[in-house]
Design a protein around this ligand. Sequence first.
Ligand code: 15L
Length: 277
Amino acid sequence: MADLPARPVLLTGASGALGRVLAKGLAAEGWALRLTDIAPFPDPLPPGASFTEADLTDGVEILRLAEGCGTILHFGGVSVERPFAEVLAPNFLGLYYIYEAARRERARVVFASSNHTIGFYERDVRLDQDVQFRPDGYYGVSKAYGELMGRMYWDKHGVENVNLRIGGSRPKVNDARTLSIWLTYADLTRLVIRATLAPRVGTLVIWGASNNSRGFWGRDGRDVIGWKPEDSADPFIPEQAGNVSGNPIEERYQGGFFCTIGYSRTEPSPREIFPPK
Ligand code: 15L
């Protein structure tokens, strides 16, 4: 039997696409899971799991759900670009309640951050973990804020956290960009397992992508948790390399389509590298 977390694990966003994958995969490892989401859990409840319908902005309920937990896998909140007013409550206030719960329980947070924290870097720039944020929308800003909150809770309260800057975790490679950012469900599950079980993490950033030869991303904290992706988008290169949108903004930047949402520049932006080389 694989190692088990010493205390129960709270998974937010359990009814979302990645939440459902993790609920199934982690329950199969024998983990004791507390699942929560604002939407009902659509699958049969896995063995060893309970489910509570809850809103991330209900701080009292979040504290109650986290009671006794050693890890909070925070996959809840808005997961795509939306107007600021829609992102605000779940992703900003909700994230704060997650960290307050972690502080009270001395729990670790594993945060589903996103490539949209850095979406406005050009696709031919290779990024390391410490690159400056270049979010491509309000959703990306909320994920950058989530990472910063982790930084602060570690420095100020000793709350450990692992920030997974997830690329595109979906069942299939469905376009050319996904050849660079694909994270298979199996690699995601192994990543979350290592992020939870690793003895000491402090605060880390890890690029959530499989072993894709066209990948955009370089150094990160993966060695600290002992994770190495095992899958790759490469077998789909012949089939998907020509599958591009035809939109020059979408194809220029790592964040792809999200960069185009509400985009109002009339002049193309200059090439900028942070920090300047
Ligand atoms: C994300 O952060 C989203 O949650 C997901 O729905 C995808 O759009 C992904 O990024 C992506 O960049 O493809």
